[in-house]
Structures are given as structure tokens and as C-alpha cells.
Design a protein around this ligand. Structure first.
Ligand code: OAD
Length: 271
């Protein structure tokens, strides 16, 4: 049995005995659903995106992603400065997310929740992702620390703005039936995380016997802080990631592999 298999066997035992399980996910869990992470290189990006939508416009969106700079794309100032470009980029990602399918990693996390809750345990899934794939895989009560790319709202009134499956086509978009500009319902840098989400994330973290961090570079706070919080609360901590991260040295076990490969092995034959 190699290191990864031994690690998986050890963590399976922890999960089978756990009364409380909490999970923190990042963009890496959606990489196998063909949604690029924030650290996807320009070369890798071509493997993710099919440019079947009005050609050039989407090429420019890819270029923006390839050099993702939060300050240019993910701040209120960026939106004020160029609402058309920023809203088009978020709409491009929104359509990509709608076209994506949950992968085995998402499905395994939903199965883990059913197994833990089915035996009376407590389960909490905290995600930094805004793509909605955990919910589409069957996870419930998902704690969206960074909001949702599907929840657009009026920039003044906060009124919900629902858009269809295809590109909105008008940038910046307006709340249907009004001329109020709409923004994506994601948390931008410099904005506070949703209070309720932070409280829920802290509660499930504090109750966890096992805390899994999957597919995140663990570089953005306060999300990344839940890993250390779990460890300090006495949980066994596990990282699932094909690469080392800022958290690799602080967790108990590192499972160096892709979420879609490792998670089904952790959860097969319901723990
Ligand atoms: P990153 O792009 O920073 O990190 C993605 C992580 O996923 C990396 O550590 C990769 O090694 C890992 N990874 C890649 N493929 C994987 C796979 N198949 N299975 C498991 N892991 C894989 O994304 P996040 O950590 O989510 O914030 O980024 C955190 C935040 O920074 C995002 O929520 C976003 C960004 O700025 C906001 O927009 C507010």
C-alpha cells in the first residue's frame, strides 16, 4: 500500500468513527468539472473552455481569467470602474458553471453527508466556490462563504435578478423590469463575508471531529482560517490536493491527489 492508499485508509477510519465532519472546499473541487481554478495557467485554460459563444468576446474573457487579478475583476471598485467588462466576465463564468456537471468529488461529498447524517452525526460543507455544483450534486445546507455566481441583484435595491441559461447579452445587466444595474451575488475583495455564513462555518468547524480541506490553496482569509480553527478545536485535519498548499504543513494528513480521485475512495461503501 503506498502513502496515499495508507492515508486514505487512515482517514476512512476517522470518518467512520466521526460524530461531526466539516469540509472546506475551493476551486480545485470544480477543476474536474472543467471550471478553471484561480491559479490555472493560460496554457491550461485552453483545455477548459470551448469557445462556442460569439468567438472573440469569450477569448477576451479567457484572457482575463488567465491573468486573474482580483483587483481588476473582483472588487466593488473594479465594478464601478468598468461594470460592462466585469459583468461580462462574471456572466461568462456563470454560463460556464451552468454548463458544467458535478464530478465524482462533488458526488462523494454528498454521499459522505448522507452517511454521516444517516447515523445521526453532524455534517457541514463550507465552500469558497460560487458555482453551485455542490448543491447540484446533492449536498444540502451548503455554506457559501463567497456567495453565488447565480444570485445577481440590483446594486442599490438588492432586488434579486434572475437570468436564463445563456449569456445575459447586456453588460452591465439590469434587474429585469427596471433600469437598475445588477451585480453578481459573489463576495468581492474588500467586502464582508455574509455574517450568517461565517457563523455557520464557525459552528460546524467547532463541532467537527474530522475537518477536510479539499481543492483550496488556503491563501484567502477568512476562509482559510477555518483549517487552523478546526485543528485548534481538536479536530483531525486532512488536506486533499494534488499540490502542496499554505495549509499542507498544518494538517494531520495530506492526501496528495485530485478530489475526484481521492474523495470516492474515502467515501466508497458509505463510511
Ligand atoms: P485556487 O485557484 O487558489 O486554488 C485551487 C487549488 O485547487 C490549488 O491548490 C490546486 O492545487 C487545487 N486543485 C487543482 N486541481 C484539483 C483537483 N482536481 N482536486 C483537488 N484540488 C485541485 O482556488 P481557491 O483556493 O478556491 O475568492 O481560491 C480561494 C479564493 O481566491 C476564491 O474563492 C476566490 C479567489 O480570489 C474570491 O473571489 C473572493
Amino acid at each position: 500500500m503506498d502513502g496515499l492508499d495508507a492515508g486514505i485508509a487512515e482517514v476512512r477510519g476517522w470518518l467512520a468513527a466521526a460524530r461531526g465532519v466539516a469540509v472546506l472546499t475551493g476551486a480545485g473541487v470544480s477543476a474536474e468539472s472543467r471550471i478553471p481554478t484561480f491559479r490555472t495557467s493560460p496554457e491550461e485554460l485552453d483545455g477548459f473552455v470551448d469557445d462556442d459563444e460569439d468567438g472573440g468576446a469569450w477569448d477576451s474573457m479567457k484572457a482575463l481569467w488567465a491573468r486573474f487579478d482580483p483587483a481588476t475583476l473582483a472588487t466593488p471598485e473594479a465594478y464601478r470602474r468598468d461594470p460592462a467588462m466585469v459583468s461580462r466576465w462574471y456572466d461568462w463564468r456563470r454560463v460556464m458553471c451552468l454548463r458544467a456537471e458535478p464530478n465524482p468529488g462533488h458526488l462523494a461529498l454528498a454521499a459522505l453527508q448522507r452517511a454521516v447524517e444517516g447515523r445521526g452525526g453532524r455534517f457541514g460543507l463550507i465552500t469558497q466556490n460560487v458555482d453551485g455544483l455542490h448543491q447540484r450534486a446533492g449536498s444540502t445546507g451548503v455554506i457559501e462563504l463567497h456567495g453565488s455566481i447565480h444570485a445577481w441583484r440590483g446594486i442599490e435595491s438588492g432586488r434579486a435578478a434572475a437570468f436564463g441559461e445563456g449569456p445575459i447579452g447586456e453588460y452591465p445587466p439590469t434587474v429585469p423590469g427596471s433600469d437598475e444595474i445588477a451585480r453578481p451575488g459573489v463576495v468581492w475583495f474588500g467586502e464582508m463575508l455574509p455574517d450568517a455564513a461565517v457563523r455557520s462555518a464557525a459552528a460546524v468547524t467547532d463541532e467537527a471531529d474530522v475537518f477536510l480541506t479539499i481543492g483550496t490553496s488556503a491563501e484567502v482569509y477568512p476562509a482559510a482560517g477555518f483549517i487552523g480553527r478546526a485543528r485548534d478545536a481538536g479536530a483531525k485535519t486532512v488536506e486533499v490536493n494534488p499540490e502542496a498548499t499554505a495549509a499542507s504543513r498544518e494538517v494531520d494528513v495530506v492526501l496528495r491527489g485530485a478530489g475526484g480521485e481521492v474523495m470516492p475512495k474515502l467515501v466508497s461503501r458509505a463510511v
